[in-house]
Ligand binder design. Structure first.
Ligand code: PLP
Length: 461
């Protein structure tokens, strides 16, 4: 294994912002990839999130809700970090289950949390010893009876109101209260084991009362379960917890409402095991994306590209910037996740005048617009624009449409969270490899790992 510590840059991220890390990364790159868009992932941020979760919701075990893995963030280093921290995983398909099992995660730390599963995927889960799975309809119960009769089932209910969530899921998944009795009756007739209830208040939930009402509804369903001869002992409170620094509501604010509700409706004496499926919470703020301005157009203000007026000396200009990642790449979050993104500059332009500007992706498609209108100082080709909070629902659905490459990720972590990860004991995977190569805190720059792990910097405090 060749070890190339040449681009070694040590960044003290205790003082630096993600922007400074991006700056360091940009300046330390080779000539070939100098202007490629890039992600910087602060793995310490994920460790910090895990500690925050444990402090706020100590009695709720997080199962990293990548449902789907290919939806939220399936970065192999992120998965390794979370596996190492001890989270469980919620999976939506055979491939996701395979990926997580490869990390040596035990089957009991996996929930197959897709209420509408493919027969062969259910059989695969059965073969691999994964027992916990969700359902929300009668046909699914018959499928499970056929393919995995010993499964431990979790009834997914629809939240009463998910209208204040960034992405609503209630129109697709979850049964309503009226259907609960009928479904449990069928489950009983089929001699299936139902162990609990799950809900998802919608991804990116900004209403803490949505959790409270869903917890109350879950308790009602627990009681209905008793009347059908079931004694549920698992509550899965799903995901939806915001993970970005700029969130309208903080995780702590949600917990302030959620914890008393859990205590009220599920007192300790009930002995209910609680789990959750947080996705964006763990990853959103850990990733910062830097894009390069590859082209620029000046148009008269208010005219836009479609205006046929040439810019004259009397016009106030407006600038259209074309950058090398867009809505067919990492910014697919604008379409699928209804995300809002905010451009940030890496240099100090505070004394420069601002102009009306728009930011466009690199593909030849008019839809590929990242920011329709913002105010920026005049930038030039080759300048960088940075977007924070880009870890959730970004790179997973990114495509290479028009031959545009996906940005590579550079990983950073401080020494303290690194040690908290106890990386040397890691059974498998990249962190172990990096850990073994760590002497002297070099950046790993081994071609063998370039696809998944182009560079990890371990930083001294
Ligand atoms: N669990 C399930 C079943 C999901 O569908 C999703 C996302 O859609 C998640 C968990 C993760 O949700 P979030 O990222 O909002 O925490």
């Amino acid at each position: 294994m060749k070890h190339v510590p040449m681009n070694t840059v040590f960044v003290d991220i205790t003082k630096d912002t993600p922007i400074n890390i991006v700056k360091q990364r940009i300046s330390s790159r080779g000539r070939e990839d100098k202007d490629d868009a890039l992600f910087v992932a602060d793995l310490g941020d994920i460790v910090h999130k895990y500690k925050t979760w444990k402090a706020q919701l100590p009695h709720v075990a997080p199962f990293y809700g990548k449902s789907s893995l290919f939806k939220c963030n399936d970065d192999p280093v992120v998965l390794e970090v979370l596996a190492q921290l001890g989270t469980g995983f919620d999976c939506a398909s055979k491939v996701e289950i395979q990926k997580i099992l490869e990390l040596k995660v035990k089957p009991e730390r996996i929930v197959y949390a897709n209420p509408c599963k493919q027969n062969s995927h259910i059989r695969y889960a059965a073969k691999k010893g994964i027992t916990k799975m969700t359902f929300d309809n009668e046909i699914e119960l018959h499928k499970i009876k056929l393919n995995h009769p010993k499964a431990e089932l979790i009834l997914r209910i629809a939240p009463p109101d998910d209208s204040k969530s960034q992405c609503q899921l209630g129109m697709k998944y979850g049964c309503n209260l009226k259907a609960v009795s009928r479904l449990l009756k069928v489950a009983k007739q089929l001699d299936l084991c139902v162990i609990g209830v799950s809900f998802h208040v919608g991804s990116g939930c900004f209403d803490r009362m949505a959790y409270v009402t869903a917890v109350a509804l879950s308790r009602t369903v627990f009681d209905i379960g008793e009347s059908h001869g079931y004694h549920f002992d698992l509550l899965d409170i799903g995901g939806g917890f915001p993970g970005q620094k700029s969130s309208k509501i903080s995780f702590e604010e949600i917990c302030d409402a959620l914890c008393p509700a859990l205590d009220e409706y599920f007192p300790k004496s009930m002995g209910v095991h609680m789990i959750a499926e947080p996705g964006r919470f763990f990853v959103a703020s850990a990733f910062t994306l830097a894009v390069n301005i590859i082209a620029k157009r000046a148009v008269p203000r208010g005219e836009g590209y479609l205006g046929d007026k040439e810019l004259t000396a009397n016009d106030e200009p407006s600038f259209m910037y074309y950058v090398n990642d867009g809505v067919y790449g990492s910014f697919n979050c604008l379409l699928y996740d209804h995300a809002e993104v905010k451009p940030t500059l890496i240099d100090d332009y505070s004394s420069e005048p601002n102009f009306t500007s728009s930011i466009w992706g690199p593909t030849c498609d008019g839809l590929d617009c990242i920011v329709e209108k913002c105010f920026l100082p005049e930038l030039v080709d080759g300048d960088w624009i940075v977007f924070r909070d880009m870890g959730a629902y970004t790179m997973c659905a990114a495509s290479n449409f028009n031959g545009m490459p996906k940005p590579r990720c550079h990983y950073v972590i401080q020494d303290l969270p690194w040690h908290q990860l106890n990386a040397k004991k890691c059974g498998s995977g990249l962190l172990r490899v990096v850990s073994e190569m760590k002497s002297g805190h070099e950046i790993l720059d081994d071609p063998e790992y370039h696809d998944v792990c182009p560079a990890i910097a371990v930083i001294d405090n």
